[in-house]
Design a protein around this ligand. Structure first.
Ligand code: F6R
Length: 247
């Protein structure tokens, strides 16, 4: 089904964070045991800060929620300060009342990574699917670690991030050579199965990818463009990220 992407251009990153966190708050108030899909990266940091504020100041509870993350580095333990598990603890989980056993992130040290991916998909199915995915966007159109070429029906698997992604992520590492060469990632199909999707993107460096995703052809060459086929996908953008869109 062709849903098309709903685009909202907002004033700034803080407003995007409020609106995106507000979607999760509304979901949780309606359905306290909701299944949340979460991203790492620089873009969602403010959204997680706002979720923490909503918990602290407004009593928003995550006590019954389940949370699944999009991806993890292969070869990093959850205690490693560059692992996505560590990021989630630092930016969100340590600031809300979500139960640790309800937070699901690929085990980067899994002895059998493919089995880990299959088990992850099974866990998502077992809880009835993801209600709302929060996504960021790579400059090359990637979502999660689904790099150009990822099929619309792809599932959780071991992936090799594009050199551009490795270079972008190396800013978080002391030495670029420390960036793991592989990751574990949900697939485009796993994301498409979610009931709702909100993608957040800020800054001029995302403008080209935003334009290709929203107004370009639906193609695995730009995995985010495959979101056009989702029935309930919203992009929340600042003006810089939206500047490549034609009216
Ligand atoms: C990470 C993820 C990635 C990021 C993307 C943008 O879990 O899903 O696809 O969303 O690389 O990262 P930032 O927000 O750092 O620009």
């Amino acid at each position: 089904m062709a849903g098309g992407i709903d685009v909202r251009v907002l004033d700034d990153a803080a407003t995007i964070a409020q609106e995106a966190a507000g979607l999760f708050a509304a979901l949780l108030r309606d359905c306290p045991a909701a299944v949340l899909g979460l991203a790492t990266g620089s873009t969602p940091e403010l959204t997680y800060a706002e979720m923490g504020r909503l918990h602290r100041d407004e009593g928003l509870s995550f006590a019954q929620a389940r949370a699944f993350n999009l991806d993890e580095y292969l070869g990093l333990d959850g205690d490693h300060d560059q692992s996505f598990r560590y990021f989630m603890q630092k930016h969100l989980f340590d600031h809300i009342d979500i139960r640790p056993w309800n937070t699901f992130i690929f085990d980067g040290m899994a002895r059998d990574p493919q089995a880990e991916c299959e088990a992850f998909e099974a866990k998502i199915r077992a809880v009835g699917g993801v209600d709302l995915w929060l996504l960021g966007l790579g400059g090359n159109g990637h979502i999660a670690f689904n790099e150009p070429g990822s099929a619309s029906d792809s599932r959780s698997r071991v992936v090799t991030p594009h050199p551009e992604t490795v270079a972008a992520n190396s800013r978080h590492f002391a030495d670029p050579s420390e960036v793991p060469a592989q990751g574990l990632s949900v697939g485009v199909g796993t994301i498409m199965d979610g009931r709702k999707i909100v993608l957040i993107a800020t800054g001029a460096h995302k403008a080209e990818a935003v334009a290709r995703a929203v107004q370009g052809p639906r193609t695995p060459a730009c995995p985010a463009s495959l979101l056009q086929d989702h029935a309930a996908c919203t992009f929340m953008l600042d003006r810089a990220a939206a500047r490549g869109l034609s009216a």
